[in-house]
Write a protein that binds this ligand. Structure first.
Ligand SMILES: C[S@@+](CC[C@H](N)C(=O)[O-])C[C@H]1O[C@@H](n2cnc3c(N)ncnc32)[C@H](O)[C@@H]1O
Length: 342
């Protein structure tokens, strides 16, 4: 492991002193968002700090400090008359703007509390999120409809931003009937159905994850070739049995090895003998950036999981009964891994 550690790229632009208080910046941004300052400026146009303080009922002087921080982050601009207005980057803190950061901001916002338990979770192996919120994250989504919707929106956004640009459809010939395991609101299935006119798909996920799926599929014009099935991959009897390709996209990264094997074995047990398993996930190579490592720690904090290396995926698949593994790399970190039930 130490030789791999030598290859880790690190942030060079944050000093130790700056790193220690980096949380202040994210908290300042969360406050801008929760006070609805971006939304207010978007709707009302330029305002001076007094007008803003009165409208938001906050202390005028400390509000100015927050606004000046936002200026240094290029979120807000100030004119010669000391009127503040939203920058184009700041517009991303408003709902319903293209490229809005609110879905990921929300994830970091509830994640922040869980990150406070990082040390304990490293010591005990217990998932920090579950220690803080007394339930796992998917149960939390079931009870918090707003966070659930925003998580689904985040999945849709990242499918568009990452997967659509990787042209997954050009790297793998999809045919027959795809079962999209943990397919969320079906953003990836919709993309594939648009690219492969003969393809059929079933999106399979927990009930709460399907909120918004019908609209997404209908907007994409693929509803007729896509069905929605609710269930759990931990309840094998609920997993659809009629697939040609069992697609598991960005799901295994949420689970520890034991749970991954349970998911894979449950799929294995219902898969027709001619069908294929197709994993779409992230992989760690020897050279890893600090942001990838932080994302891996985030998986640990939120889900009790972490990014995996190539050989770890291979071992998990083999131990779950799969064979004939074939790697198809989509970029330096995202891949397809095809396997068939042995
Ligand atoms: C990180 S998201 C990935 C969504 C989608 N596959 C994608 O690539 O955008 C993980 C998905 O796993 C689903 N999931 C979690 N637990 C599940 C379970 N027990 N059975 C089925 N799906 C589950 C979540 O609801 C969520 O939609």
């Amino acid at each position: 492991m130490s030789s791999q550690l030598n290859n880790y790229k690190s942030f060079t632009y944050l000093s130790l002193d700056d790193s220690l208080c980096a949380y202040r910046l994210s908290q300042a941004i969360f406050s801008l968002y929760h006070l609805k300052i971006p939304e207010y400026l978007q709707q009302q146009g330029s305002q001076n700090s007094l007008q803003l303080a009165q409208a938001l009922k906050v202390d005028y002087v400390i509000l100015e400090h927050l606004l000046e921080i936002a200026i240094t982050l290029n979120l807000i601009e100030k004119d010669e008359q000391n009127y503040y207005k939203l920058s184009s980057e700041g517009l991303r803190l408003c709902p319903d703007t293209p490229n809005s950061v609110i879905p990921i901001l929300t994830h970091h916002d509830y994640g922040y509390k869980a990150w406070g338990e990082l040390t304990n979770s490293l010591r005990t192996g217990k998932t920090a999120f579950e220690q803080v919120y007394e339930q796992d994250i998917f149960s939390y989504f079931r009870q918090n409809s707003e966070q659930n919707l925003l998580f689904n929106r985040f999945m849709e956004q990242t499918t568009q931003a990452w997967l659509a640009t990787l042209e997954v459809e050009k790297n793998y010939k999809f045919s027959g009937h795809v079962i999209d395991i943990g397919g969320n609101i079906g953003a990836l299935s919709a993309l594939l159905l648009q690219q492969f006119p003969e393809l059929q798909a079933t999106v399979f996920d927990l009930e709460q994850a399907m909120v918004g799926a019908e609209n997404l599929l209908s907007d994409a014009g693929v509803s007729e070739r896509c069905s929605l099935v609710t269930g759990s991959f931990f309840e094998p009897e609920t997993i659809p049995k009629n697939g040609d390709i069992y697609l598991i996209s960005r799901v295994l990264l949420n689970w520890n090895d034991e749970k991954v094997k349970e998911i894979l074995k449950n799929c294995y047990n219902v898969m027709p003998s001619e069908s294929k398993l197709l994993i779409l996930d992230f992989i760690l190579f020897d050279t890893i950036s600090t942001s990838e490592l932080l994302a891996s720690l985030n998986l640990w904090v939120m889900f009790g999981a972490r990014f995996r290396r190539k050989h770890e995926f291979e071992q998990l698949l083999q131990e779950s009964g799969f064979t004939s593994l074939r790697w198809i790399h989509l970029n330096e970190m995202i891949f397809f891994l095809e396997a068939i039930p042995a």
